[in-house]
Design a protein around this ligand. Structure first.
Ligand code: HEM
Length: 178
């Protein structure tokens, strides 16, 4: 019997989404900064991300701001009682962000898993390189992507400000980080 590989992968992702548990996705690149680890790979028009922050609250990533936090595409999440909560946000000002859906856009994050362990939170998810939503930036893997990383205090709330943040320049294809 021939098994269609695409259906198999889609089914696996679906099953994992149902259970909320992480499976061993192989990431091609990894970088660490200020208590955060960002692992990723680019495949099939998507960016697959694993994000760890030393907090029991939220951990988040942002792409391509214009000024401070403004205009960046954010994915933030926390794990509460084993359940992964993830939001797709947009930088509506230099110092804040709002959910794409509240702004009239769409949620384009596929949750793969997440866990809270040893006072650290890990999220795994994927986003399209070009979702078509005007509240998501188009990611060019060959160019330089400005990546914002941050985590909040030990509170499961998206309202609390960051306890740590960082800005890095990444070539998503080669893994070069500046
Ligand atoms: C409720 C959530 C958030 C609030 C209230 C908030 C607020 C702020 C404020 C007031 C600043 C100005 C500088 C400062 O006071 O530290 C700032 C800067 C910054 N934020 Fe956020 N932030 C939030 C979430 C995030 C998230 C999710 C990220 C990234 C994933 C992020 C990344 C940054 C970065 C990198 C800066 C420095 C920008 C620069 O220096 O150009 N923030 N934020």
């Amino acid at each position: 019997m021939r098994v269609n590989l695409t259906s198999l992968v889609v089914s696996l992702i679906f099953l994992v989404g149902l259970t909320g548990n992480a499976i061993a996705v192989e990431y091609d690149h990894e970088t660490e900064v200020r208590g955060m680890t960002f692992s990723w790979k680019v495949a099939d028009g998507n960016l697959h991300v694993k994000l760890m922050g030393k907090t029991t609250g939220w951990v988040g990533i942002g792409f391509n701001p214009t000024e401070g936090m403004k205009d960046a595409n954010y994915v933030l999440g926390y794990v509460k009682k084993g359940k992964v909560e993830i939001t797709d946000d947009f930088g509506n000002s230099a110092i804040n962000h709002k959910s794409d859906e509240e702004l009239g856009g769409t949620n384009d994050v596929t949750v793969v898993g997440g866990e809270e362990k040893g006072r650290a939170t890990t999220l795994e998810f994927s986003i399209p390189l070009d979702s078509g939503d005007k509240y998501d930036s188009v990611l060019d893997p060959e160019g330089t992507t400005v990546v914002l990383l941050a985590f909040g205090g030990n509170r499961d709330s998206f309202r609390s400000k960051h306890r740590a943040n960082a800005i890095i320049n990444v070539n998503l294809s080669t893994g070069e980080v500046q």
